[in-house]
Design a protein around this ligand. Structure first.
Ligand SMILES: Cc1cc2nc3c(=O)[nH]c(=O)nc-3n(C[C@H](O)[C@H](O)[C@H](O)COP(=O)(O)OP(=O)(O)OC[C@H]3O[C@@H](n4cnc5c(N)ncnc54)[C@H](O)[C@@H]3O)c2cc1C
Length: 387
């Protein structure tokens, strides 16, 4: 039995139309010039409700289920990974607020996030702390009616264009407190082309792919944050609060991988029928047919796992295991599929003439963020060994 309803298929048709009309025509050129997603695209996504899909109506969200979110992320990423990724940040901050924000915090920020008027960025990783969250050093010290933040963050994607940086900071100075000494602050700033805050300096990190959004290294120097911007108004709960976001962010990330892979597969399928060698289309060759079959099979397997994890989330069940599995399988799958798609294109696949090289570069990042593949395996194995 399919997990998808008629409404889900209608959502897919609508997002696909938006992607085909607005995203596909500009993605390759902007990626090649390393330019960011146009504001107009973000505005349209906001109008279509993409930033508020899973948030309740009372906070101006659309109140849809996680399967719908997965479909939207998949279809947008089919056009350009970056476009499917802008909403990840809103999902993280919005989910945090919904699960742990005070009533006042929810009223203040959630409707703006859901309407796509308040853009956010996640500032968790540091130069010396990636997978090991408990070793984070950026310090938040109590001062007057707030806190001052000092330290470094790394890989803060979309930091320049965000109105809010969602910052994981150390409120307990004792490093032995590890993950028990962390808190989450919402740091407000002006969005812009560069980092615009008197106490935060930032530089974009040049990357292989995932263009369209810039990832920043940030330096906080005595950056004041009012106490009311501490999530739940409680210190040292940040690590546990962050866990509320893991399942949805991993489902969303796995969906992005499915979207990129689908785009690569469709390009390869089309090309295999058009390209002739030895007097016939290359789709006649068994080696190429095997590739197409393997690609399509692997994509469908990952997609169905994403929908299964989403349906578990929709039914309110714990799904860290399934979301982790979906993320691992989708990350592996997208690297395989984009590599094989490039192979179908032969030498042309390595040129900038076709977007298949972008899919290959973009697909590579999935196993690195939102928990590396190695960390996901650790999470999965821990759950399996518990049972
Ligand atoms: C393009 C891009 C965008 C990003 N955007 C954001 C963002 O918006 N916000 C944000 O906060 N972060 C972001 N990140 C950071 C990303 O989440 C981290 O890179 C990731 O968590 C891994 O951390 P690390 O790079 O420090 O690697 P490390 O943690 O140093 O890991 C290095 C290697 O060791 C492995 N390893 C580490 N610990 C273990 C273990 N216990 N067992 C087995 N293997 C282990 C890892 O899997 C990896 O292979 C982004 C990264 C990239 C590349």
């Amino acid at each position: 039995m399919s997990l998808l309803t008629e409404e889900h298929e209608e959502i897919r048709t609508a997002v696909r139309k938006f992607t085909e009309e607005e995203v596909v025509p500009i993605a390759q050129a902007l990626d090649t010039r390393n330019e960011e997603i146009p504001q107009e695209i973000i505005k349209q996504m906001a109008e279509l409700g993409y930033f508020g899909l899973i948030f309740p109506d009372e906070y101006d969200g659309v109140g849809l289920d996680y399967i719908s979110m997965a479909i939207v992320a998949e279809e947008l990423s089919r056009g350009w990974l970056s476009v499917g990724s802008v909403m990840t940040r809103s999902i993280i901050t919005g989910t945090l607020l919904l699960a742990h924000g005070t009533d006042e915090q929810k009223q203040r920020w959630l409707p703006g996030i859901a309407r796509g008027e308040i853009m956010t960025a996640a500032a968790f990783t540091e130069p010396d702390s990636g997978s090991d969250t408990g070793s984070m050093k950026l310090r938040a010290k109590k001062k007057g009616d707030g806190y001052v933040l000092s330290g470094e963050k790394m890989w803060v994607t979309f930091a320049n264009r965000a109105h809010i940086l969602t910052v994981l900071a150390r409120t307990d100075p004792d490093p032995k407190s590890r993950h028990r000494g962390l808190s989450i602050f919402l740091v407000e700033k002006e969005p812009g082309e560069t980092i615009d805050h008197p106490n935060i300096q930032g530089e974009p990190i040049p990357t292989v792919g995932y263009h369209g959004m810039r990832s920043y290294s940030l330096s906080f120097d005595e950056c004041f944050v009012p106490a009311e911007n501490l999530i739940s108004l409680e210190e040292n709960k940040g690590f546990y609060q962050l866990m509320a976001t893991y399942e949805s962010a991993r489902i969303q990330t796995a969906s992005r991988a499915v979207g990129v892979a689908q785009a690569a597969f469709e390009a390869a399928l089309k090309y295999s029928k058009e390209r002739h060698q030895f007097g016939q289309p290359i789709s006649n060759f068994q080696a190429i047919r095997m590739k197409l079959s393997e690609m399509a099979s692997k994509i469908e397997a990952a997609r169905q796992l994403v929908y299964y994890a989403s349906s578990m989330k929709d039914s309110g069940k714990r799904c860290d295991l399934e979301a982790g599995m979906a993320k691992v399988i989708a990350a592996e799958m997208v690297e395989y599929v984009t590599r094989e798609a490039m192979q179908v294109f032969g030498g042309y696949g390595y040129s900038k003439e076709y977007p298949v090289e972008r899919f290959w570069r973009d697909g590579r990042v999935i196993s690195l963020f939102e928990g590396t593949t190695e960390i996901q395996h650790e999470v999965i194995a821990r759950r399996l060994l518990e049972q």
